[in-house]
Design a protein. Structure first.
Length: 390
């Protein structure tokens, strides 16, 4: 795929200005000066669960990936220096907190996405996917990157990547639609995959996906599940963000014609029928910004959570009345069907102040759950003990 120039069309810049002006005051405040203090006493969890800080000092930490030796990598997203780094952290003495926190890569372009496989770290930048072979050999002197795929760029909106490695060994990511809504045009609004063993062109795996910043594969059947952020400017309550399930290549999930499985777009949906597209497995709520997600396969949490999906809901930026999100949700799944979402970890927004913005979730080998917070630049760890629930 030929590399495209990076530019920001004027309509996108105008939309960004409008978005900044319309954002709730609680959200606008996040963009100027330090965030409010972390207050984990406000975080609500089911009985028996506890949350603590696991690692800190990682501005704008986003997607996480677990390496074979227990090291966790985290990408970053934001503006200026906060959008160029990849971090690594590790709990060396098994006390439940990472003592070793370092920046391993810097000077990258929106390195939001990370994945680890076969001893290599994959990083999803705005304009490419790169691979760092045998990076664990010396984190202080990482190897030169190998370019796995050059990716097209059309402005800034929805250009950040989230990576996952599929059962087929291919790297999956999304090419978000470069705007709020508009005519359907490849390759935008798609999920793509790349063969890391044969760097080069990408394949379109799914269409009709506005802006997916989270995905994982079902451990029971290998199908791809992914979050998708709904369009803006249809009011406070429409449309819902989505959790989708792709059972085969080539499926279409509706955008820009149909949203949330049952709502035709007022601009692009004329003459369409939502029944022609794959409906979401779960509606996550309007403007919650459902992004990072993972299937839980561990044994620390109660059995009801086994093979359920945890979703980081980053929070509304344009829902001025009663912003939603700022939480971790759980979606219980059985035989490919979901029961809808429940709030698992809430309280990062207290009605007046945003104290945290969950961005991704990652299961550790002991069954605990990490949550990255790109507002605070920290990683939380959620644990469960039977004694705590008594």
């Amino acid at each position: 795929m030929k590399r495209q120039p990076r530019f920001a069309p004027r309509p996108l810049l105008a939309a960004a200005v409008v978005a900044a002006l319309l954002a709730p005051a609680a959200v606008r405040a996040q963009r100027g000066g330090p965030p409010p203090p972390i207050d984990l006493e406000r975080v609500s969890l089911p009985p028996g669960f506890e949350i603590d800080i696991y690692a800190e000092g990682m501005p704008s930490a986003r997607q996480m990936a677990l390496a074979d030796d227990g090291t966790v990598f985290a990408g970053s997203f934001g503006f200026g220096a906060n959008a160029t780094a990849v971090y690594a952290f590790r709990d060396n003495d098994n006390d439940g907190r990472a003592e070793d926190v370092r920046t391993v890569l810097s000077g990258l372009t929106l390195p939001n996405g990370v994945a680890f496989g076969d001893g290599a770290l994959f990083v999803g930048e705005q304009n490419r996917i790169v691979r760092y072979d045998d990076i664990l050999a010396d984190l202080d002197n990482p190897p030169d990157p190998v370019v796995v795929a050059e990716l097209p760029v059309d402005g800034f909106n929805h250009s950040w990547k989230y990576l996952d490695i599929g059962p087929d060994g291919m790297i999956y990511t999304a090419l978000g639609y470069p705007g709020n809504v508009g005519e359907e045009r490849d390759p935008w609004g798609t999920i793509i995959r790349v063969d890391p063993a044969n760097p080069g062109d990408f394949q379109i795996y799914a269409r009709g996906v506005r802006n997916s910043v989270g995905m994982d594969f079902d451990p029971t059947d290998g199908t791809l599940w992914f979050t998708d952020n709904g369009r803006d400017l249809m009011g406070n309550n429409l449309p819902s963000d989505e959790l989708n399930r792709a059972t085969a290549p080539g499926q279409h999930f509706g955008f820009p014609h149909c949203h949330q499985g049952d709502l035709l777009d007022p601009e692009q949906g004329e003459g369409d029928d939502c029944a022609d597209y794959v409906a979401p497995a779960a509606k996550m709520g309007p403007h919650v910004a459902a992004i990072g997600m993972t299937f839980y396969t561990g044994s620390m949490f109660p059995e009801i959570y086994r093979n359920s999906i945890f979703v980081a809901e980053h929070g509304s930026w344009n829902r001025p009345i009663a912003p939603l999100g700022y939480r971790v949700a759980v979606v219980h799944v059985q035989d490919g069907y979901s029961s809808g979402q429940e709030v698992f970890a809430g309280g990062f927004y207290d009605g007046s102040q945003v104290r945290g913005r969950p961005a991704d979730v990652l299961e550790l080998p002991d069954g605990s759950l990490l949550v990255s917070d790109d507002l605070q630049g920290v990683i939380y760890r959620i644990t469960y003990t039977d004694s705590a629930s008594e």
